[in-house]
Write a protein that binds this ligand. Structure first.
Ligand code: BT5
Length: 255
């Protein structure tokens, strides 16, 4: 059905017409020893998840709602690299194959015209220094018209169709993404994080700009300069010191 021309990603696909969340199913499969590259795809999610218990709207046949089970041989603290890698894969496909102009907003959003078109949710199961598995959840708004997006996010969300006035074939878009994912993953295995970092930064949203950074402890201003090996955002302060930003939410739209 999926006609995937891949070596390992999506060789095993679990497809659901409707499910609360593909993440849940992927966790279950991973616990039951599903292999590296097993994929869950849903036409609709009734309780799609974002980060920090937020909701992800996943309307039927309007987007790509998928979870990938990966078993990378890296240390757990480097797992965010896989999120960054995934973001570059989506950005590449949107840019090079669909001729759109995507940006990656740290840590996990793909933006087009300052609006979120896709999000990534990474969940990991690790024991001591070993990753048992990582689940990469990918949500992409594909064929929604602007007025079909939920009202509460219309101001900040978009879809591929709303930005390009084209409809896309969801299955063939999934194929392109998986094929490209495999290619980039192989490059990552061969050359390591530097090539991901370089690409990520070429798409980085508001890199080089002065931004308000709000962490739990303090609010400060700094210029965003890039990403670190552990997935942190690098912020340069007026005294030229560079700090890593982790859990802090960045206030991306100061008025
Ligand atoms: C994310 O969270 O961006 C991660 C989204 C991951 C979704 C995929 S779909 C397949 C897999 N199965 C799941 O259950 N999840 C994954 P976060 O950065 O926390 O963004 C969530 C916020 O984005 C929400 O609080 C809304 O404000 C907004 N939002 C919700 N649905 C959206 C949508 N369809 N498009 C754009 N923004 C949305």
């Amino acid at each position: 059905q999926w006609g995937l021309h891949t070596d390992w990603l999506g060789k095993n696909v679990v497809h659901k017409e409707s499910t609360p969340s593909t993440q849940q199913i992927a966790h279950q499969l991973a616990r039951d020893h599903a292999s590296h590259g097993t994929v869950v795809i849903a036409d609709e999610q009734t309780a799609g998840k974002g980060r920090l218990n937020r909701e992800w709207h996943s309307a039927k046949n309007k987007g790509i709602w998928t979870s990938l089970i990966l078993r990378p041989a890296i240390l757990p603290y480097l797992a965010p690299q896989i999120t960054l890698l995934t973001a570059t894969v989506l950005a590449d496909v949107f840019k090079k194959e669909l001729n759109l102009d995507p940006k990656i907003k740290w840590p996990n959003d793909i933006m087009i015209n300052d609006r979120k078109v896709a999000g990534i949710l990474t969940e990991m199961q690790a024991e001591q220094d070993q990753i048992q598995y990582i689940i990469i959840g990918i949500g992409i708004n594909v064929n929604q018209e602007m007025n079909e997006l939920p009202e509460d996010i219309q101001q900040k969300a978009t879809s591929l169709r709303a930005t390009s006035e084209k409809e896309y074939d969801i299955t063939s878009l999934i194929q392109r993404i998986f094929v490209h994912f495999e290619k980039v993953y192989a490059e990552y295995e061969t050359y390591g994080f530097p090539i991901i970092k370089e690409r990520w930064e070429s798409y980085g949203y508001r890199l080089g700009e002065r931004t308000t950074i709000k962490t739990m402890k303090e609010t400060s201003e700094a210029v965003l300069v890039g990403i670190a090996e552990d997935g942190a955002l690098l912020a340069q302060y007026d005294n030229d010191s560079i700090k890593k930003v982790y859990s802090g939410e960045i206030d991306w739209f100061p008025n």
